[in-house]
Design a binder for this molecule. Structure first.
Ligand code: NAD
Ligand code: LMR
Length: 330
């Protein structure tokens, strides 16, 4: 029997938590022969609901689930953790942009970064889902003294999945035939879903979908605004699809990327890729290697149209960083 992998989830009693925990416990992250421990973190007001979630986890009698620890104590919550999934934070409401949450949510990630540094396993990796996730991840990484910045990620996989679905629907292909779809930049309305390098059934999207006006217009806008459209329709932000994307992200970061493809996740920019400024968490084309490390895929063509879009979303990330500079130790 393999040693369990410990996964910490913040905001565990929230709506994404409810869609996420049962899938983790059933083996969706690491496969059918890998036991898992869950450390579930909530703020005090969330603890009664979390107790109910733990009762439901018990009642599933998952074969792979070992220990479950519900807690509002960050040290206990991140103790020995291998994967920290930081979901806990306030979602936006209709009419807000995700960056409007920075003042409310940003400060959560200083203490969490410190607690991860102090308590987590030496191989810890952290995925931030709570919005605005790129800049929250930057705050977290900056406060996790001693943990390498390449171990922090922010989620843009939901955007990638949304973009693949839109391209599939437009072309009549199946979404699993859409590859090489990179989301550049911020998980926000400035993100750039790069159709210029995406493929459908191995062919360039632009060979399959001749409607360039749609690709440059409605396609990009639909992906950029999808989170708001879901809030308008559901009265609450996306949850099941967000949980699914968090699982996809971890799976893509622990397994080698299929040859020739890439996946989207925001990583700490060291300033050496695609002219993207150093010191922000920017989504780029990422490849996971056989040893579980990752690299930025080099040589993805960036034409003038793409460059303009990438510049805009990177500019927004720089503005967000400026707005939280007090939370980022020098
Ligand atoms: P929710 O309100 O249903 O749940 C959030 C939970 O977090 C609550 O139970 C709350 O008690 C808890 N919480 C708040 N502050 C906390 C803290 N400091 N520590 C631990 N727990 C804390 O919200 P949700 O729908 O689950 O969404 C959570 C976050 O995920 C939001 O910020 C939302 O915008 C974001 N989100 C991101 C993506 C993405 O693609 N990156 C997609 C969907 C949602
Ligand atoms: C999403 O993309 O669905 C989430 O980031 C929630 C939101 O505020 O849009």
């Amino acid at each position: 029997m393999k040693a369990p992998i410990t996964v910490s989830v913040t905001g565990a009693a929230g709506q994404i938590g409810y869609a996420l925990l049962f899938r983790i416990a059933s083996g969706a992250l690491f496969g059918p022969d890998q036991p898992v421990n869950l450390r579930l973190i909530e703020i005090e007001p969330g603890m009664p609901a979390l107790k109910g979630v733990v009762m439901e986890l018990d009642d599933c009698a998952f074969p792979l689930l070992r220990e479950v620890v519900p807690t509002s104590d960050l040290n206990e919550g991140f103790r020995g953790t291998n994967w920290a999934l930081l979901v806990g934070s306030v979602p936006r409401k209709a009419g807000m942009e995700r960056a409007d949450l920075l003042g409310i949510n940003g400060k959560i990630f200083t203490g969490q970064g410190q607690a991860i540094a102090k308590n987590a396993a030496s191989d810890v990796r952290t995925l931030v889902v709570g919005n605005p996730c790129n800049t929250n991840a930057l705050i977290c990484a900056a406060n996790a003294d001693g943990v390498s910045k390449d171990r922090f990620f922010a989620m843009t996989r939901l955007d990638e999945n949304r973009a693949k679905s839109q391209l599939a629907q437009k072309s009549g292909a199946h979404h699993s035939d859409v590859t090489n779809l990179c989301i550049w930049g911020n998980h926000s309305a400035t993100q750039y879903p790069d159709f210029t390098n995406a493929k459908i059934g191995g062919k360039p999207v632009t060979d399959v979908i001749s409607d360039e006006e749609w690709l440059k217009g409605d396609f990009i806008k639909t992906v950029q605004q999808r989170g708001a459209a879901i809030i308008a329709a559901r009265g609450a932000s996306s949850a099941a699809s967000a949980a699914n994307a968090a699982i996809d992200t971890v799976v893509s970061l622990v397994n080698p990327t299929p040859a020739g493809d890439w996946h989207s996740v925001a990583v700490y920019s060291d300033g050496s890729h695609y002219g993207i400024a150093k010191g922000i968490m920017a989504s780029m084309p990422i490849r996971t290697l056989t040893n579980g490390t990752w690299e930025v895929v080099e040589g993805v063509p960036v034409n003038d149209f793409s460059q303009g879009k990438i510049d805009a979303t990177i500019g927004e990330l720089l503005e967000e960083r400026e707005a939280v500079k007090d939370l980022i130790p020098a």
